[in-house]
Design a protein around this ligand. Sequence first.
Ligand code: WT7
Length: 673
Amino acid sequence: MVVPESGDKMYPPPADLQRDAHVPDFNSYLALYRKSLDDPEAFWKEVADDFFWKTPATGPMLQYNFDVTKGSVYVKCMEGARTNVCYNVLDRHVRDGSLGEKVAYYWEGNSPDNRETITYRQLLSRVCRCANVLKLMGVKKGDRVSIYLPMIPELVYTMLACARIGAIHSVVFAGFSSESLGERIADAQSAVLVTADGVFRGEKLINLKQIADEALQKCREKASRSVAKCLVVRHHALRIRAGAASNKLQTPWDPERDVWWDEAVAAAPDECEPEWLDAEEPLFILHTSGSTGKPKGVLHTTAGYLLYTSLTFKYVFDHHHDDVFWCTADIGWITGHSYITYGPLANGASSVLFEGTPVHPHVGRFWEIIEKYKVTKFYTAPTAIRLLMRYGGEPLQKYDLSSLRILGSVGEPINPEAWQWFHEAVGGGRCPVVDTFWQTETGGHVLTPLPAATPLKPGSATFPFFGVEPAVLNESGEELEGEAEGYLVFRRPWPGIMRSVYKNHERFENTYFKKFPGFYVTGDGCRRDKDGYYWITGRIDDMLNVSGHLMSTAEVEAALAEHPAVAEAAAVSRPHRVKGECLYCFVTLKERREFSRSLEDELKTLVREKIGPIATPDFIQNAPALPKTRSGKIMRRILRQIARNEEDLGDVSTLADPKVVELLISQRCQAAA
Ligand code: WT7
């Protein structure tokens, strides 16, 4: 047991969970953690033994160089081994195991009466059909396939079909704009795009195919290579409301390029031999915001990602055969890749796949779904918790949530108030809350409690997962011991860490390994308390986190600067009671341009169109000038303080023109969003 020296209140693991848990107490965690660091070879070998390898590894479980000063940074897991991720997450259960008739997904659509149950056997056969369609379209091993789909089963089918034939999937969140989609397709140089005709988000009908067409048009203008084929899913809900909705939709069509999904899969065989890949061959690319504004194509590979997502899922959610797991994230983000698609399937789990939103058609939707499918493990984001908290306890009381055993949180620091509400109102005080810290780059959880082993402190991601060795550094790169606050870094790789930035290894090294040679730099600050618990204090680079989605200020500023009236723009974050952080933007207009309500709306729309609705600024302030140092660098610290309504702005003497600050203070936006 951890002995609290801090006097902090701790929540011990529930005894009933400990009885049959994989890691039943803190000492077991410590022993396994020690083993994972002292003998990683034996530790990961044992994990790998659960999977199918066409040929065994000839190299060690992990090989790496993290020190840029000693040569190129690399990580290799199980060199020489050959396998197929799709085979391991499907065929292994259906053919060699006994899970063919087990439910893989309970799909629940945007509308509560759209649903479907998909068994492992059905999943395998649909994935094979899709794989055959992709092959017919000319997709070969190593080719990229972009996927722009809502949360429908076809999204999972397509990812796994890619994995089956060795194609590299690049999923783009379906809330992204045509601009963002086009940029990501061009960066991946995809051969094929898979999308849908449209989707209902709440009551709103969105013409996805039209957005996709605009993106492809932009790609053609920019890139040398263009998408040859576009596979289009006819959305179930639109088919049902055929007369009304799909007529309104007007799906644009290029007969040379576009193919309807249902027609293509109906004609395709439902068996497809998997392609055997080397352990380090790519599995997927997923773009994440970069501090320069251009998104980075985070590259994950075959064996390491499979081992790591599988093991974190098993231990962090203490998975058992009869569980029903529900992760509310969108598969367009890494959380969905690792804990809707790969981690759960690798464990033969049953999951809920939910297309809708937490408040449609009513604010009790999440609780209704938990009751309906008897969800046992529920994984969501602080922003969703804060949103639902505002409706009080009443919407919860209508539903039976007694099936819940473990709750999880991801995406941003969870404030104690939201933690308490999640723990008490949702979990009835019985369920541990696993606050999982990780990143697109880490592939899976890196700091996290284990539900039956770790005494919890609300707001702390607690301790490192197996194989992960964190350190806290100060600005000069010195390692801090004991109680400390500084940069959160990792000293060595674990199997699931990213391998590169797609087609830009230099950017990978510069972003994550240059600042402190020998360490992977997360970009987050953290505090380690007296008891050794880690607390994430937030980003220390020019990134912000809106509703659990990371975005760069540069990206938003670039969008604003495209407006003909804007001379210069600076975006900072401001705390928001639901989103965690929201965007507060300062714009300096060109001469003779006037600031107005309509200009403000135009600017908001512009960012929305350029990046997507999640990036819509909450505040836009007219800034006759921006606070700059004498060397011309914008002092964001001051802008952040102005945005946060702070009175004391500290030392402003380094500014070229300190008067700018008073002017900005007098004009700051007050209204709550
Ligand atoms: C950034 C990564 C990991 C999937 C979702 C986001 C923040 C993530 C936590 C947490 C505090 C967290 C960090 C991190 N973050 N989880 N439990 N506590 N902060 O993936 O878009 O790659 O963002 O999200 O700042 O660096 P992502």
